[in-house]
Design a protein around this ligand. Structure first.
Ligand code: KDO
Length: 332
């Protein structure tokens, strides 16, 4: 009798427990997936605006997009490690950051390689990039969803002296982001490169800790660098590309439909950002002139010749996949 009662109680308790855990699992399944993104970009940068306007609502059915701009969650350049450790789901990374972990990526840090936004987009979509993308997934646990166009990088100086050719940059303290590949670009241009984090650039220009920096025109406006500089030299030395990076562990937890939605949301946001950056690049010369800055085109061929020669002879080039420069150039 006692045993029968105990058995009945046990069966009832087990059933109650099963019902409880099913309810808990249901509730858990409905919890939106948290997608934290960390980037030094400002919230008004066109990549940020496009992600907020397009990416966030597109994934809303199953995920919450939570961006942290101005490097408030992770310092510039530490985001990929954070994703690998599972402390972050997304970032906007660059070839320069990827090259610190996978040397072959330095090919896309070379000045005067990519021709323009369209070339950049086609190269990213082509099979030329397959192996580099696979290495990022396998070694870093990161999926590169889309290429985000930042713009053509131009020299922006607080000094007066006109810069027509690389020799004119001798001794100029040019801020570059803090990785080896970026610093080499500054050197290849003929300047004296100094590493400074993006979030510190305005103050470094203001105090004269640096003589100048390089960024695309929309960034120079958005971050108000024109307030503390006197000239923009249109070298167009790098068609800057960033990639929307997504943690592999989170990706693998998504259903195939959710993966499709995330991929489309990333592509749509990148496309909107690209179109807006291009429009701004076309308009902004007039804006800076109005603000009193000199804006002019130097001897671009002299810069191109020096930069390309230095890259091809550099230690970086030894890590580039054989024939890849030619394959990239052949993409029309
Ligand atoms: C910068 O630090 O100058 C840079 O423009 C480099 C880019 O590749 C990219 O990292 C960008 O900063 C950040 O996204 C902030 O806009």
């Amino acid at each position: 009798m006692t045993i029968a009662l105990a058995r009945r109680t046990l069966i009832a308790a087990t059933a109650a427990l099963a019902a409880l855990s099913a309810a808990a699992a249901g509730a858990f399944a409905q919890q939106p997936i948290l997608l934290r993104l960390s980037s030094p970009a400002t919230p008004t940068d066109q990549r940020a605006v496009a992600l907020t306007e397009v990416f966030a609502p597109a994934v809303k059915g199953f995920a919450t997009f939570q961006p942290h701009w101005n490097a408030t969650l992770f310092k510039q350049g530490t985001e990929l490690e954070a994703i690998a450790r599972g402390n972050l789901e997304m970032s906007i990374t660059s070839a320069q950051e990827l090259a610190t972990l996978i040397p072959a990526w330095s090919i896309f840090t070379a000045g005067y390689l990519l021709r323009d936004a369209e070339h950049q987009k086609k190269v990213f979509a082509s099979d030329v990039m397959d192996d580099l993308k696979k290495q990022v997934e396998a070694k870093l646990g990161v999926k590169l969803l889309s290429v985000m166009y930042l713009g053509r990088r131009q020299l922006n100086l607080r000094t007066d002296k006109e810069i027509r050719k690389p020799e004119d940059l001798a001794g100029v303290k040019l801020r570059m982001p803090g990785t080896e590949a970026w610093l080499f670009l500054g050197q290849a241009l003929g300047a004296n490169p100094l590493p400074v984090a993006f979030t510190e650039v305005y103050t470094a220009l203001q105090t004269g800790a640096i003589d100048g920096q390089d960024n695309p025109l929309p960034t120079n406006k958005d971050s108000k660098f024109y307030e503390v500089t006197k000239q923009i030299v249109l070298t167009s030395h790098l068609v800057d590309q960033n990639y929307l990076a997504f943690g592999r562990k989170v990706w693998d937890k998504l259903t195939p439909d959710q993966q499709k939605t995330v991929q489309k949301a990333a592509d749509d946001a990148a496309e909107l950002g690209r179109r807006r950056q291009l429009k701004l690049e076309a308009e902004l010369e007039a804006f800076f002139k109005e603000k009193g800055l000199k804006v002019y085109t130097p001897d671009v061929e002299a810069f191109r010749a020096r930069v390309q020669k230095m890259y091809l002879e550099s230690k970086f080039a030894k890590d580039w996949p054989k024939g890849m420069v030619e394959r990239v150039n052949a993409i029309k």
